[in-house]
Design a protein around this ligand. Structure first.
Ligand SMILES: Nc1nc2c(ncn2[C@@H]2O[C@H](COP(=O)(O)OP(=O)(O)OP(=O)(O)O)[C@@H](O)[C@H]2O)c(=O)[nH]1
Length: 747
């Protein structure tokens, strides 16, 4: 097999994702989804390899150590022969963080795919970013993975992004293991973190191993299932020694093994019965029960260690193989387009017709690289596939297996596996089949909350030239990154999930495309809506000189409930009779769509507005589509004021971690920024976590303020919660400023 290196690799993905229903909703009724065993599907010898396959995501709050952990996994599984640290002294950087920016900032921006072998099992791993601004990467990974490892910081415990990731895992019904990392740090406390997992995430989280030693003395783990100790020695913890449990750990082992058995009994009837009859389950019986309960989400195994100090990682790999599902145990549904979108279950059988999902695209120097998860059948190089949404056949010229920035050519992939395909043009989320008209449900794509105007010194450089290329590529790559031109000002506006998200793209434009860009002030993604109903009766009439225009529209505007960041406006044609001939109705609808994209108050999108058209009038000569479109827009504008219009702003959930001594000061700062405190919680050390809701518009410059108020020790993260009405005073101010800006632009 040939190994090729692609450096530097710039990544790209596609457009075309719509926010649609996820693959499975997490409800108690679909806990039974894992009742089918691998053996049910593996009668064909072609499927035997799938039992030995795991598709695993590694997710967590920022800085918990996912990349450091993945680096160890690659080392222990023999994929790399040297460990490089994130921001390491060797100036190389971790293998999975291969973008320059990732190495500089020491954070993961994009998910990277790789695979490893552990014993006779193959593990496809996706390292995902922890920062909420890159949440789309986590969504993409979870959509196509069968199991996940949730990495926790043993000192900070459950953090805001842990909760977001947990929610995403539930949305895609992904069974998970927890690895409590950083137990070599002062204040590391796996017991407290496990309690938080129970209390704050509602998981039946249970330690299945506990650390030996703590802080700088951390040197091994005690396996509560097999009642053995394991030491990790050698330069990189690669030499594992099994020992009997030392005397001074006997009491802790008994205590936490007891808790493990009780928690497992709550999830598993067989273990419950054995305990009632005072039988001692064997290690194999416990492992089988843990596997079953992990797959049906009634038990979450928790393992401990330190990636940086090389403790416990191999035990985590054992647990991935033992407790996370193989592709045949994961239920995946698709919609049969030939049967009115009837849901069908895909069978992870290598002998079945092929079905695959393109879940991520990258632009490489060899052209578009499409990451594909095969759900059913076998894909062989040079096969033809059917691109379902575009209704066309495509050939598959080249198949590769990815390993961070290098890859190797392969000749086929089978159901359950993940690979890269070259030479195929498609958007992210495209379903490919052997010819069947079925479509996999797509991923959840959140709406952007922040915008920024960008410009270059050279006129006309934004839509063409290097900047135009960069923007087109990033949009294709990331569905949460949007670009549009403001009609009035002619400015190019980029929108995304937060300051860091946009900052990274601006930096990439500068570095990868050598374009000097100037950026404006970040703008919040406001929305406009109405609160009451108002009738309209509008005549658009222009009959002086030339061809005239005549259109009358009658109806009403009314509010409808809206949710989160979704745009949900409705145009309803309730006309009876022929006062407005049917051929003019689409023009009215178009008028409504036009005005709802740019509301009358701030030129921001409308949401929660229904426009009902009941009646109207035409003129035998002067009526036209243009006249009806204009009439609808004007009817809307004229009556909008009568509907109590309001501006909605994004409200963020902000989680702040600070040394407790600064708590009073930081809470005062939040109140000044119009924040509402939800809760405060004392952490494992002398740190306090404050959770608050704060309008996004109030959060600019917060990181600098927090840093200076906490001697650089405070950290925060935020995520979108909902859109909420601004106060009347702020609304007046926003509208006034907007009018001034427009007047200035008009001059
Ligand atoms: N003391 C200690 N530090 C660790 C451990 N694991 C990781 N770190 C450090 O924590 C920092 C963050 O580690 P990363 O591996 O980049 O964390 P990440 O979760 O991948 O970060 P993002 O990708 O930015 O979300 C780095 O400085 C690591 O060296 C650990 O077990 N113990």
């Amino acid at each position: 097999m040939m190994l090729r290196t692609l450096t530097p690799l710039s990544r790209s993905a596609g457009t075309g994702i719509t926010s649609r229903a996820p693959k499975t909703t997490f409800t108690p009724s679909n806990f039974v989804r894992f009742n089918a065993t691998a053996a049910d599907y593996s009668q064909s010898p072609k499927n035997a390899f799938q039992i030995k396959m795991r598709n695993v995501g590694i997710s967590a709050h920022i800085d918990s150590g996912k990349t450091t952990l993945t680096e160890r996994i690659l080392f222990y599984t023999g994929r790399i022969n040297q460990i490089h640290e994130v921001k390491g002294k060797d100036q190389v950087g971790a293998t999975m963080d291969f973008m320059d920016l990732e190495r500089e900032k020491g954070i993961t921006i994009q998910s990277a795919a790789t695979y490893a072998s552990w014993g006779d099992h193959r593990i496809n791993i996706i390292d995902t970013p922890g920062h909420v601004d890159f949440t789309i990467e986590v969504e993409r990974a979870l959509r196509v993975l069968d199991g996940a490892v949730l990495v926790m910081c043993g000192v900070s415990g459950v953090q805001s992004q842990t909760i977001t990731v947990d929610r995403q895992m539930r949305r895609y019904s992904v069974p998970r293991l927890v690895f409590i990392n950083k137990l070599d740090r002062a204040g590391g406390d796996p017991i407290k973190v496990t309690e938080q997992l129970k209390k704050r995430l509602g998981l039946n989280a249970t330690l299945i191993n506990i650390p030996m030693g703590k802080e700088s003395n951390l040197h091994g783990v005690i396996d509560l299932i097999h009642q053995k100790g394991y030491l990790f020695e050698g330069n990189n913890g690669e030499e594992i020694t099994e020992i009997n449990i030392p005397e001074d750990y006997q009491a802790a082992m008994k205590k936490y093994r007891g808790i493990m058995l009780d928690n497992l009994a709550m999830a598993n009837d067989e273990i419950a019965e054995m305990l009632m009859e005072e039988q001692v389950p064997t290690g194999e019986q416990l492992e089988a029960a843990i596997r079953k309960s992990t797959l049906n989400h009634t038990f979450t195994p928790v393992l401990t260690g330190s990636a940086l100090k090389n403790v416990g990682v191999q035990k985590l790999l054992d647990a991935v193989v033992k407790y996370l599902p193989n592709p045949m145990e994961s239920v995946n549904t698709a919609l049969n387009l030939s049967m009115g979108e009837k849901p069908v279950q895909l069978i992870s059988d290598a002998a079945a017709p092929f079905v695959g999902l393109a879940f991520k695209l990258e632009e490489t120097k060899f052209g578009q690289l499409t990451y594909m998860r095969a759900y059913s059948g076998t894909l062989t190089r040079a096969d033809s596939l059917y691109n379902v949404p575009e209704d066309k056949k495509v050939r598959v010229p080249r198949l590769v297996r990815m390993h961070a920035q290098s890859m190797e050519d392969i000749s086929e992939i089978k159901a359950g596996d993940i690979c890269g395909v070259f030479g195929m043009d498609c958007a992210t989320g495209t379903t490919f089949t052997a010819g069947q008209r079925i479509n996999m449900t797509s991923m959840h794509v959140p709406e952007p909350v922040l915008s920024l105007s960008i410009s270059t010194d050279k006129k006309g450089d934004t839509s063409t030239g290097p900047l135009g290329k960069a923007l087109a590529k990033f949009q294709k790559e990331d569905p949460t990154f949007r670009v549009h031109t403001d009609v009035q000002s002619g400015e190019t506006i980029i929108s995304g999930m937060g300051e860091l998200h946009l900052e990274i793209y601006v930096e990439r434009i500068r570095r990868e495309y050598g374009v000097k860009v100037n950026v404006g002030q970040p703008q919040v993604a406001y929305k406009e809506t109405i609160q009451s109903k108002a009738n309209y009766n509008y005549l658009h009439k222009k009959q002086t000189g030339g061809s005239g225009q005549y259109a009358k529209v009658i109806g009403y505007l009314e509010p409808i409930p809206f949710e989160g960041d979704k745009i949900n406006n409705e145009f309803v044609n309730a006309t009876t009779g022929n006062n407005i001939p049917p051929n003019y109705i689409p023009a009215c609808q178009k008028g409504f769509q036009e005005i709802s994209a740019k509301g009358p108050l701030l030129d921001m999108p409308l949401t929660g507005v229904r426009m009902v058209l009941e009646d109207g009038q035409t003129h035998p000569v002067d009526s036209s589509e243009l006249a009806f479109r204009t009439a609808t827009i004007n009817a809307f504008r004229e009556n909008f004021e009568n509907c109590d219009p309001v501006i909605l702003e994004p409200i963020m959930k902000v989680e702040i971690q600070i040394p407790t001594e600064f708590q009073g000061n930081v809470m005062g700062m939040l109140t000044k920024r119009k924040g509402v405190i939800d809760s405060t919680e004392q952490g494992t050390t002398d740190y306090t976590t404050i959770i608050a809701e704060v309008p996004l518009a109030q959060m600019f410059g917060y990181s600098t303020e927090l840093r200076s108020a906490t001697q650089g020790k405070g950290e925060f993260s935020m995520e979108y919660r909902r859109h909420d009405q601004v106060s009347p005073e702020i609304q007046m101010k926003l509208v006034e400023n907007h009018k001034k800006k427009k007047a200035a632009e008009a001059k």
